[in-house]
Write a protein that binds this ligand. Sequence first.
Ligand SMILES: C=C(O[C@@H]1C=C(C(=O)O)C=C[C@H]1O)C(=O)O
Length: 256
Amino acid sequence: MEKIKVGSVSYLNARPLLYGLQRSEELMQQMELIEEYPAKIGGMLIEGSIDVGLVPVAVIPKMKDWHIISDYCIGATGDVASVCLFSEVPVEQIETVLLDYQSRTSVNLCKVLLKHHWKIQPRIVETTGEDYRSKITGTTAGVVIGDRALEQRLVSPYIYDLATEWRKMTGLPFVFAAWIANKPLPESFVAQFNKANGIGFAHLEEIIAANPFPVYDLHKYYTENISYDLTEEKRKGLKLYIEYLRQMEESKKLAV
Ligand SMILES: C=C(O[C@@H]1C=C(C(=O)O)C=C[C@H]1O)C(=O)O
């Protein structure tokens, strides 16, 4: 039987979810695991080169068939710490925003917040490579996600946490990534997969010891920043975010 191709975000935030998968011989016999940055994994799920992935939820409107297959996600109920708009000036003075090429969810979340929360219209610039981070100076701000955002926290004086700003605007938690399949998968696989997702949470200290990261306290990151359970409240936040995305697509079409 052909193996199920599973994609995952390669950042530290995915480690607790991958822990149990990688240690289950039964699951690993049925699947192949590919790790990449979020925008890439999202593209692979849309084009069909993987069957399921921990992908940016912003891909949902681009998919014909999609199924959330796990009760776990990469979400936040307060400060997420690793998804921020970084700047040298306060938000009202920002003239340009550089968007992280590795992201799909957060860059669109930033657009939603600029329009509906901060109500400002800076110039928006897409990026293609890591050098964009050195251009976050003066009135040019930038969205940075993942482990690199935890590093950027030590560099930029103004840090706008996008999960916190979303919460201020909507009162809801936020979902950045979820395990989404582009086709129905065997029920037995889905059940084993979901169970294995949760195993890492009993082994956080081991995961932290295996991934030395002097830049940020990973215990805090795993227990206070990232919120992994896909609760009803988070599903509400997700639904509202997708509505904003569809609205943005519609207004783009009208503008043409
Ligand atoms: C919280 C995070 O969520 C990530 C943000 C994503 C995005 O912006 O597209 C996608 C996957 C998540 O890993 C993070 O990586 O810092």
